[in-house]
Design a protein around this ligand. Structure first.
Ligand SMILES: Nc1ncnc2c1ncn2[C@@H]1O[C@H](COP(=O)(O)OP(=O)(O)OP(=O)(O)O)[C@@H](O)[C@H]1O
Ligand SMILES: NC(=O)c1ccc[n+]([C@@H]2O[C@H](COP(=O)(O)O)[C@@H](O)[C@H]2O)c1
Length: 169
């Protein structure tokens, strides 16, 4: 039987913390499904990138991953109580969820799925929040993400977009 793991995040943007967790997970399972959460969101200060842009960041960063993976967009739903079932209805089947998000952990446990919370990787600096802050302050955000993510953000004008949408009236 193929053992599949499911990992979800917003990936705004995908960073080295996510990469480190996914490399570790690839030793534990045969295949990984990566859910791009809040897929409907883009062009907000806390969610600047589209689902397609995030899928590109993840797919290119993982080209040397040890196991096969699938990247699927998952839109939010109004009712938390239905969310785990919503995810399962959109995803290839999986046996275990990897997440450190307390709400995600609770919703999948209540639904009856095994959940494992991976260790954080240099969380002080490696968070989407810190990377977006650095982009806006013109500080070194590039060191916190895989080099292909730097290329993609350059290609789509990501820093300019973030800075434009962060302007107040
Ligand atoms: N540095 C890290 N090391 C390990 N796991 C991480 C790290 N940062 C985030 N994660 C985990 O990755 C998953 C996806 O997180 P997400 O995409 O929201 O990243 P984030 O850095 O927490 O973003 P934001 O700061 O924008 O909320 C979550 O389970 C989160 O706990
Ligand atoms: N009701 C819902 O739609 C619901 C509930 C729990 C998590 N989620 C999503 O799962 C993702 C979790 O990712 P993070 O761990 O990065 O926060 C987010 O996109 C979040 O919006 C959605």
């Amino acid at each position: 039987m193929v053992k599949r793991g499911f990992y979800i995040g917003r990936f705004q943007p995908y960073h080295n913390g996510h990469q480190s967790v996914l490399e570790a997970i690839s030793d534990e399972v045969d295949e990984i499904i990566i859910g791009v959460g809040s897929a409907q969101m883009s062009h907000f200060v806390n969610n600047p990138f589209t689902a397609g842009e995030r899928i590109m960041m993840i797919t290119r960063s993982l080209d040397k991953l040890k196991c096969p993976f699938y990247v699927i967009p998952i839109e939010d739903v109004q009712r938390n109580a239905l969310w785990a079932a919503h995810v399962k209805s959109m995803s290839p089947p999986f046996d275990v969820v990897f997440s450190s998000n307390p709400l995600v952990v609770e919703l999948f446990r209540e639904e009856g799925t095994l959940v494992v919370s991976p260790e954080m990787y240099e969380r002080g600096t490696h968070s989407g929040t810190e990377i977006r802050r650095r982009m806006l302050m013109d500080e070194n955000w590039q060191e916190l993400v895989p080099s292909v993510v730097v290329d993609i953000i350059e290609e789509i004008g990501g820093v300019r977009r973030l800075s434009q949408i962060s302007k107040k009236d």
